[in-house]
Design a protein around this ligand. Structure first.
Ligand code: ATP
Ligand code: LTN
Length: 336
């Protein structure tokens, strides 16, 4: 009997990033760097989560520019639009549609426990909108439409991913098998890059203190200046520990960009001052980001070429999303 040779199916990966400002070193080390390595091994879908961005007030002109720029940056990182599906979330209406079905199967109580909602509603006290509250349901829809096995995210998104899993399990139990229950994929180093000005808070592109974050597209001078100004303690001892949150954050960053272990870094800088260490961190970060910035500067010049790619991406994404969405609709009892 002839043997049928079957190529094993690649595992599926899905992740998204918000175009809510300049993407930071935190986004890069916590998420985007992983996307690049994963595209070699997995069947990947990546999106610019523009619907998520309007949970906080956005200026329309700036938002449009940020969506373009975020899409271009994904390409500049080396993500291949032919090999992967790379699209803009709002171009695939099934995200918002599935989000409604899921909302009606999600409890108010479980949403109320989300720490990001608590943080963001405190920060934007004059605009605590319903979208900000139910945002994890839209995120669950983003994920579940594509039936991924793995979702690469930074540590701050772990709670949202757990909710997406809970929603999927509950829906499947109620209506029959529709969704795959995905696993989080959180990097070992760089999963939580902290603010350079307050190392107890995560580095965030929406932080108004511009010295607190490094943008992927910052110039070398700006990057080094921001690291020189990074808040550290007065111990002057390059040592990783809980009490030295500022210097530990810099060690994490240096480790993530150089691949050196914490012990190697402590040895390399033993007896040296913080000043020297901060410059070394700044330079290695700038060297890591420089080729991305150079590629970005080229890609962003050609809006027409970008448009072709994001439209193709949306078509590919919608083909998959529509199937899952209609299956969910049918199971819930809608007439198709
Ligand atoms: P905002 O700062 O506007 O709240 P954000 O940067 O937290 O936005 P996204 O742009 O959607 O949110 O994040 C994209 C990815 O980057 C997510 O996987 C998130 O976990 C990761 N990420 C964001 N900030 C950090 C950080 N400081 N350290 C590590 N990973 C991060
Ligand atoms: N909520 C995420 C961005 C995001 C996402 C997703 C991540 C939106 N949809 C789906 C992974 C999968 C954030 O704010 N970092």
């Amino acid at each position: 009997m002839s043997e049928i040779l079957q190529t094993p199916q690649k595992k599926k990966v899905l992740s998204c990033i918000q175009p809510s400002g300049m993407l930071t070193l935190g986004n890069y080390l916590g998420a985007l760097k992983n996307w690049c390595t994963m595209q070699e091994e997995f069947d990947c879908t990546f999106a610019v989560a523009d619907l998520h961005a309007i949970t906080v007030r956005q200026d329309p002109t700036k938002l449009r520019a940020q969506i373009y720029s975020t899409y271009a940056l994904l390409l500049a990182l080396g993500l291949d639009p032919q090999k992967n599906t790379i699209f803009i979330q709002s171009h695939v209406p099934e995200h918002a549609c599935l989000s409604w079905l899921l909302s009606c199967n999600t409890q108010f109580g479980e949403m109320s426990r989300m720490t990001q909602f608590k943080d963001k509603s405190a920060k934007h006290a004059n605009n605590v909108n319903v979208g900000l509250f139910s945002y994890p349901v839209l995120m669950a829809a983003d994920i579940l439409l594509y039936k991924p096995d793995l979702v690469p995210v930074g540590a701050d998104q772990k709670q949202h991913l757990e909710i997406a899993r809970d929603i999927a399990i509950r829906f499947n139990n109620l209506y029959g098998d529709v969704f795959t229950v995905p696993d989080a994929y959180i990097p070992k180093t760089g999963a939580r890059v902290m603010s350079l000005q307050d190392p107890t808070k995560k580095m965030s592109k929406s932080d108004e203190n511009l010295n607190s974050w490094v943008a992927i597209l910052d110039s070398k001078d700006d990057i080094i200046r921001k690291f020189k100004r990074a808040v550290t303690d007065s111990n002057a001892n390059v040592h990783f520990c809980e009490e030295q949150a500022g210097i530990s954050n810099l060690i994490t960053i240096y480790s993530a960009v150089t691949g050196k272990s914490v012990a190697e870094i402590e040895k390399e800088f033993s007896g040296k001052g913080y000043g020297e260490f901060k410059i070394a961190v700044g330079e290695s970060v700038a060297d890591t980001l420089a080729p991305i910035k150079a590629a970005y500067d080229e890609i962003i010049k050609d809006k027409k070429a970008l448009e072709v790619l994001y439209k193709q991406g949306a078509e590919k994404a919608e083909y998959v999303a529509r199937k899952t969405y209609f299956k969910a609709m049918k199971k819930v009892g809608f007439v198709l």
